[in-house]
Structures are given as structure tokens and as C-alpha cells.
Design a protein around this ligand. Structure first.
Ligand code: FAD
Length: 309
């Protein structure tokens, strides 16, 4: 970005903003170069104005949740990275409906709901993303998805309009919510049912135990690197193709769960991308299945995961 444009942008943004912040600490992979500008709106008004200013200056925007499903390039992001703060991270109850800002942690939302003796989100309790990111991805685990309890969400479109999308407006699929792909999710609301609090906490503990047993939670990662191919599991295919434990630089296919790539120390985005391509190739050559990445690349000039087939 031209330094004069960057400085003007920093002056015009209505919220706390800084230049050159490394993005690695904002991702669960602990990988990624700097954001040219990192803006932290605290309210819907600040967020809307920040987007308007970026559009006005023709600067690309990346909306960051909790960085648990992205791979940021080593060069970083040449534009404005926006991350919600304060009001945008709050939640409250309205009867049996929980209302959440986009920046709240799913971990906090599931705990909040359980503390009110409400059931429906237990299986989501260990997912380390934000509520907005969870909805954008239709995050799910152990047979449940965020779509199951979804009631409605306010969505901010590129032209600054806010509209409310209701349950029937969104065609949720496996790890996708197509109607939410080109908007920023603001507050979203979920309908829950009264439950037995002991059973709710017991279910959350059970899910946590499963996660700890199966996932390499002691290393930085972005969770499952690939989507589940129809009728199979990415981890099973990778293991069967001999990919478990494969390594490029500091990036490794977890020896505990082959569907998760871990940063064993000093991994770069280049390492992870090379490992993704290597594993896609192996699985394709062995089984004719082209694994589709679940993790979103950010700040790359070309698709870093593409292989020629
Ligand atoms: C250890 C580990 C375990 C995991 N387990 C699971 C699991 O069991 N199930 C599962 O589904 N996922 C899992 N994940 C992946 C990840 O946590 C989810 O995909 C999560 O929903 C991503 O949310 P985020 O806030 O981190 O999004 P980010 O990674 O920050 O962003 C992901 C995408 O969402 C977009 N986005 C974020 N917020 C908004 C918003 N408000 N409006 C519009 N777009 C938005 C971003 O622009 C980006 O394109 C796991 C990850 C890790 C590291």
C-alpha cells in the first residue's frame, strides 16, 4: 500500500487502528506476516464507517474472527484487517433466545447458554472460533452444527446496508452458509430449549474429553485442514496414503490426527501450503479423491493449495 494512502487511512478510520501489526498472534496457527492496517471497531457504527472509508480509498478488507480457520501468507495482508472489539463481542439472553455479537468467542457463548440451563449448543463447546466465524463456516462437531439452533442474523453488506437474514433465508451446507459469504455478520440469535443443567455440563465435558483424546491440542493448528470428503474422512485417507507425520519445515501432519496439520515450531505459511499440496497430491494419486481445503488462505496472490491434476 502506498504509505501516503496508509497514513490517510489511519487518520480517517473511526476506531483504534495501527500499521504493520503481525497477524501470527491473531491466528491459532501462529503463522502470518503483518497487516498493512489493523483496525479494531467497537460498535456497529464504527465497523460500518471503517468499511466505508476502506471502500472509499479502494483498499481491500479482510474481516478477521479469531483466526482459527485461516492461513495468512508470510507477506501478510496488503489492506485493512478488521477485528471486532467491545460491543461487538457482547451477548445477552432474551427468554430462550441468546443474542451474540460477531466477535464473541463460541467458547464463551456455549458457557453462557449452559449457565442459563439452556440446551442445544453443547457439542460446539470446544470450537475455538468466534460466533461470526462459526456462523460463516457453519461450524459443527459431533453431529451438531451452529445452523441447528440458528434463528436469525443481522448482516452488513458492502454498500453499508444492514438486513436481517432468517433461518429459512440461508441454505446451510457442510461448513458453509452461502448467503453469508459476501456480508459481515453482525449480531446473530439462536433459539435454545430448557434443559437439565447437570446433563448439559456432562455433555460438554464428554465432548471436551473426546477433543482432548483425538486432537493435537498442544500444538498450534487451524483444526481440520481439509473438508470431509463425501462418505469418508480426510484423516483416514491421508493416513492410508502414508501421509501421517509428513513434514515440510515447521509444518507437520499431526501424528495424532492426520486431518490436522500442526506448527511444530517456526512453520511458515509457505511450509504449510507446500505440505497441503504434497498431501493433496498423495491422496489424489492413491485414491483419486481431491481433498478440498477447509482452511481459508489470506493474503496470497494465487491459490497456495492448488495442484495440477
Ligand atoms: C484446535 C481446533 C479445533 C477446531 N475444531 C473445529 C470443529 O470441531 N468444528 C468446526 O467446524 N471447526 C473447527 N475448527 C475451525 C474453526 O474454529 C472454525 O471454522 C471457526 O468457526 C472459525 O471461526 P473464526 O472466528 O476463528 O474465523 P476466522 O478463522 O477468523 O475466519 C474464517 C472465515 O470466516 C470469516 N468471518 C469471520 N467472522 C466473520 C463475520 N462476523 N462475518 C463474516 N465473515 C466472517 C473470515 O473472513 C474468514 O473468511 C477448529 C480449529 C482449531 C484450531
Amino acid at each position: 500500500m502506498n504509505p501516503a494512502v496508509r497514513d490517510r487511512l489511519l487518520r480517517r478510520l473511526p476506531c483504534p487502528a495501527s500499521a504493520g501489526d503481525p497477524l501470527a498472534p491473531h491466528t491459532t496457527f501462529r503463522i502470518g506476516g503483518p497487516a498493512e492496517v489493523f483496525a479494531q471497531p467497537r460498535t456497529v457504527a464504527e465497523l460500518t464507517e471503517a468499511l466505508r472509508v476502506a471502500r472509499d480509498e479502494r483498499i481491500p478488507v479482510f474481516y478477521l474472527g479469531l483466526g482459527s480457520n485461516i492461513l495468512v501468507s508470510d507477506e501478510g495482508f496488503d489492506g485493512v484487517v478488521i477485528r471486532a472489539q467491545e460491543d461487538l463481542c457482547r451477548m445477552h439472553m432474551a427468554g430462550n433466545i441468546v443474542c451474540s455479537g460477531p466477535g464473541a468467542r463460541l467458547l464463551d457463548l456455549t458457557g453462557f447458554v449452559a449457565a442459563h440451563g439452556l440446551s442445544g449448543m453443547e457439542a460446539l463447546s470446544g470450537i475455538p472460533g468466534s460466533v461470526g466465524g462459526g456462523l460463516y463456516m457453519n461450524a459443527g462437531a459431533y453431529g451438531a452444527e451452529i445452523a441447528d439452533t440458528f434463528a436469525e442474523a443481522d448482516a452488513l453488506s458492502e454498500d453499508g446496508r444492514v438486513q436481517t437474514l432468517r433461518r429459512g433465508d440461508i441454505h446451510f451446507g457442510y461448513r458453509r452458509a452461502p448467503e453469508l459469504e459476501n456480508v459481515i455478520i453482525l449480531q446473530s440469535r439462536y433459539t435454545l430449549r430448557l434443559g437439565d443443567q447437570q446433563s448439559i455440563y456432562a455433555e460438554m465435558r464428554r465432548v471436551w474429553k473426546l477433543r482432548r483424546a483425538k486432537q493435537p491440542l498442544d500444538f498450534p493448528s487451524a483444526g481440520s485442514i481439509f473438508k470431509r470428503p463425501p462418505g469418508d474422512f480426510a484423516g483416514r485417507l491421508i493416513e492410508a496414503a502414508g501421509g501421517k507425520g509428513a513434514r515440510v519445515g515447521g509444518a507437520m501432519v499431526s501424528p495424532k490426527h492426520a486431518g490436522i496439520f500442526i506448527n511444530v515450531g517456526g512453520a511458515t505459511a509457505t511450509d504449510v501450503a507446500a505440505l497441503v499440496r504434497q498431501i493433496r497430491r498423495r491422496v489424489y494419486d492413491e485414491f483419486h479423491v481431491l481433498l478440498e481445503p477447509e482452511v481459508k488462505p489470506v493474503g496470497f496472490k494465487e491459490d497456495p493449495f492448488a495442484i495440477a491434476i
